[in-house]
Unconditional design. Structure first.
Length: 630
């Protein structure tokens, strides 16, 4: 009996050990690590990185990785991620790795080999400690890559640092040795640097940071430069901007308006789910990428004036900040925990990005940073862009989300005909979904309630949501079935009945298509270097239907030398149904193509008030945008 009990006890102990080793690190992200017995702690390696930049002009970030492990296998595999969360494309970061070396703790060289595109295998034979060195060529400034030059270092850890196979949950430290007196900014918590004075001393600004696991490490970009910094507090929590580059920005105003944006988010979700927040801003390029307690932003250095460009920048800030909840904590089915070596497929990017795009504009309006008219006019422009894409009849929102890995970041001349953007159409559909929920519930509920529900029932309970969960949450708030809406506009490709949905709010979409018909040719035609070239051709245009091709160079119109100005003049003098003769070079051969021009009214989409709106329409509009329907 005792022997059986001992065997049973041993089995329970083994199960407990296995359970402890496989705990999902995401369940405790940004929380103090759980203390476990020393015997269990040894199942994870001790990992440290040092990132140096001694010669910025070479664009080479130098990395040393040290790993100590009581359970080092015979062969240790180190892997480089192939993508970074938030940017859904396989980017093959390992292609930038060079000068790889491996040693034991005493400095003896170890044998190693590459066994896959992103995997280095080292003969460790059970030793306790290894040291790996390598360089990463870093000369591409995007929010998902690395750049090192004489101005700064910006790096995304997923594009720079290896992880040991099967050890994503392991904690690590990263020590950064800046060039000269550059400063360091990251969302990771700082800890004392080994063998160095504590923080507050210069010592060449060397600092060390700790990540509880590789999900957090890869979620924490670094900016290293002589940046400008501005600190501020919201809801008692510290925030800061760090800005690299000269430009026409007003940092005090940016902070003031960012506080307004954050406060509008708090009105939806109730609190801030982080201890501190960092906004990294590089004044080159454009775009942003979300992280748990930080964001990486890029903007043109002179793109803060005129006022419309500044408001566009605030829209970027609002977009990335909304991701603090939507995506980073309210996680679609496949987006976390992450597989860093393969595609992570989901049909919910239209929610991840489309809802975020919708709220980025809506929260600017709620913060009085744009007017209700500016908000609606921008949405009308979005609708116009969608209506000019024949691809809206080919690809649904869910399919566009699923195929992001092969399509969204690889646009070509035919993309207009077979694709839509889950950002753009996703934003439009969320506008309409919000209005429909408000209409069906008599104004009692809105998309805000959907987001709060997802935050409470999924984010706070560490659960991912599915497409079915999202529709169900929307129907809970609407109080009625939304199957027809989702079937047509999310899973399907039907033309959207804009006015049917907008009307209860006293709104209608004016397209200008009821005006006089004018002759049109169609196509995206660019004049550069004295050449008039076709760059893309929507399939619903005469240019496409009568045989023009992408990359055709138009050299003459009705026998006269072509220019963009002359082509537009000739078309404007024609009537729908009349013909023009275009002489083009195609694959270095000259040919004539006769095109029968189509007819189209001037396109000037606007969302305006209906004639004589009812009191209920006025009420719903007022509750929605906080303004009077005019």
């Amino acid at each position: 009996m005792r022997k059986a009990q001992n065997i049973k006890f041993l089995g329970i102990l083994i199960i407990a050990l296995i359970f402890s080793m496989n705990q999902d690190a995401n369940a405790q992200r940004k929380k103090p690590p759980v203390k476990t017995p020393a015997a269990v702690q040894t199942t994870m390696p001790e990992i440290s990185f040092t990132v140096s930049m001694p010669k910025p002009w070479t664009h080479l970030l130098e990395v040393e990785m040290r790993m100590t492990w009581d359970q080092m296998p015979e062969k240790t595999e180190l892997k480089m991620p192939v993508w970074t969360p938030g940017s859904y494309l396989i980017r093959e970061y390992a292609r930038h790795v060079q000068s790889f070396t491996a040693m034991d703790g005493s400095g003896n060289m170890l044998d190693w080999r590459k066994i896959s595109k992103n995997t280095w295998e080292i003969d460790t034979k059970g030793i306790k400690s290894i040291r790996v060195g390598y360089q990463v060529y870093s000369n591409e400034l995007t929010v998902r890559t690395n750049e090192l030059n004489d101005e700064h270092a910006f790096f995304t850890p997923a594009a720079l640092l290896f992880f040991p196979k099967g050890q994503i949950s392991a904690p690590s430290t990263i020590t950064v040795r800046p060039y000269g007196n550059w400063k360091i900014a990251t969302g990771l918590p700082e800890i004392p640097t080994p063998n160095q004075p504590t923080t507050g001393t210069n010592n060449n600004q060397i600092k060390t940071f700790r990540a509880e696991n590789f999900d957090i490490l890869y979620d924490s970009p670094f900016e290293v430069s002589d940046f400008v910094e501005k600190r501020f507090t919201v809801q008692g929590k510290p925030h800061r901007y760090v800005v690299t580059g000269e430009g026409n920005y007003d940092l005090d105003r940016m902070v003031e308006d960012t506080i307004k944006i954050i406060e509008e988010h708090i009105k939806i979700f109730g609190d801030l789910p982080y201890e501190d927040y960092l906004l990294i801003l590089n004044l080159r390029g454009g775009g942003g990428l979300e992280h748990l307690n930080s964001t990486a932003l890029q903007w043109n250095r002179y793109g803060f004036k005129p006022e419309a460009r500044y408001k566009a920048f605030l829209g970027l800030v609002a977009h990335e900040f909304f991701h603090v909840w939507n995506v980073k904590r309210i996680r679609p089915d496949a987006l976390g925990p992450f597989d860093y070596e393969n595609e992570n497929y989901t049909r919910l990017l239209w929610v991840a990005e489309g809802a975020t795009s919708y709220y980025s504009a809506l929260l600017l309006q709620r913060a009085n940073l744009i007017t209700d008219r500016e908000f609606l006019q921008a949405r009308a422009g979005d609708i116009l862009a969608l209506q000019n894409r024949p691809g809206r009849f080919e690809t649904s929102l869910e399919d566009s989300s699923f195929d992001a890995w092969i399509k969204y970041y690889r646009q070509d001349e035919n993309s207009v005909n077979n694709q839509i953007s889950y950002y753009d159409k996703g934003e439009i559909v969320h506008l309409l979904l919000d209005i429909k929920i408000r209409t069906d519930s008599g104004g009692a509920k809105s998309l805000d309630d959907v987001m709060r529900y997802l935050n409470d029932e999924f984010a706070k309970k560490n659960r991912n949501f599915t497409p079915e969960d999202y529709q169900r949450a929307a129907e809970m708030m609407s109080g009625t079935s939304l199957e027809d809406f989702f079937d047509k506009y999310v899973r399907g490709t039907e033309e959207i009945a804009y006015n049917e949905i907008l009307n209860p709010f006293g709104l209608r979409l004016l397209t200008g298509e009821d005006g006089p018909q004018r002759a049109f040719l169609g196509g995206n035609i660019i004049e550069a270097g004295g050449r008039l070239t076709i760059r893309s051709l929507p399939s619903d245009t005469p240019a496409y239907q009568f045989g023009l091709n992408v990359n055709d160079e138009i050299v003459a119109v009705d026998g006269t030398r072509a220019s963009n100005q002359f082509l537009n003049y000739v078309v404007s003098e024609k009537k729908p149904g009349e013909k023009i003769r275009l002489t083009v070079f195609r694959r270095e051969q000259l040919r004539d193509i006769e095109v029968t021009l189509g007819g189209r009214a001037d396109q000037n989409y606007r969302i305006v008030a209906v004639d004589s709106p009812s009191e209920n329409q006025k009420r719903l509009y007022r509750e929605y945008l906080g303004a009077e329907l005019r």
